[in-house]
Design a binder for this molecule. Structure first.
Ligand code: IMP
Ligand code: MG
Length: 177
């Protein structure tokens, strides 16, 4: 598995430090707001687990599962495989994603959830790849910017592999070429 990585971008220590900074920022911004964190499965699972433990205010959690990706290229279509388990009307929502790439997924999800009349919706993403943005959407909280390369680890996959790498790395091109 490690042999498939061309370059380590962020080590587990660097990630942990930055995730805690974001958690502290969110705790400050959402004091007395009882936010609901909505994780977008599966990519969010490690980031969300670490982030939540750095959030020190009352909050709740829910998850959605969507598919928008085949291999390394976006299909442009988003389908909902698992919806929320509770209503979000009047709630402050924080969408938690692994990576904001073209922005198609989060743009779709944001308008999909807006219909349910939450008090607010913000986006917390582990990674932001601004070079590839197609939709008019930005992250309210982002841990790191990444270059225009395919990255894996810390929850991010290539064809369901590499999610368990404890760091974030660039996948060798020969793996997906
Ligand atoms: P979007 O293009 O912003 O809609 O990205 C949708 C999804 O594509 C993300 O939530 C990731 O699961 C996946 N994705 C985009 N870029 C990468 C990458 O570099 N590595 C792994 N997954 C990616
Ligand atoms: Mg993915």
């Amino acid at each position: 598995m490690e042999n498939d990585i061309a370059q380590v971008l962020y080590t587990r220590e660097e990630i942990y430090r930055r995730v805690c900074e974001i958690g502290a920022q969110i705790s400050e911004d959402y004091r007395d707001k009882d936010p609901v964190f909505i994780g977008v499965l599966k990519g969010c699972f490690i980031f969300m687990a670490d982030l939540m433990r750095c959030v020190s205010v009352n909050c709740s959690m829910d998850f959605m599962a969507v598919s928008s990706y085949r291999g390394t290229t976006s299909t442009g279509a988003v389908s909902i495989n698992k919806d929320l388990s509770a209503p979000i009307e009047g709630r402050h929502v924080i969408l938690v994603e692994d990576i904001l790439d073209s922005g198609v997924t989060l743009n779709y999800l944001k308008s999909y959830l807006q219909v349910r009349k939450p008090a607010s919706i913000k986006i917390a993403t582990l990674l932001d790849k601004p070079a590839r943005r197609k939709a008019d959407i930005y992250a309210d909280y982002s841990c790191f910017d990444v270059p225009d390369a395919f990255v894996v680890g810390y929850g991010l996959d290539y064809n369901e592999r590499y999610r368990n790498l404890p760091y974030i790395g660039v996948l060798k091109e020969e793996i997906y070429a």
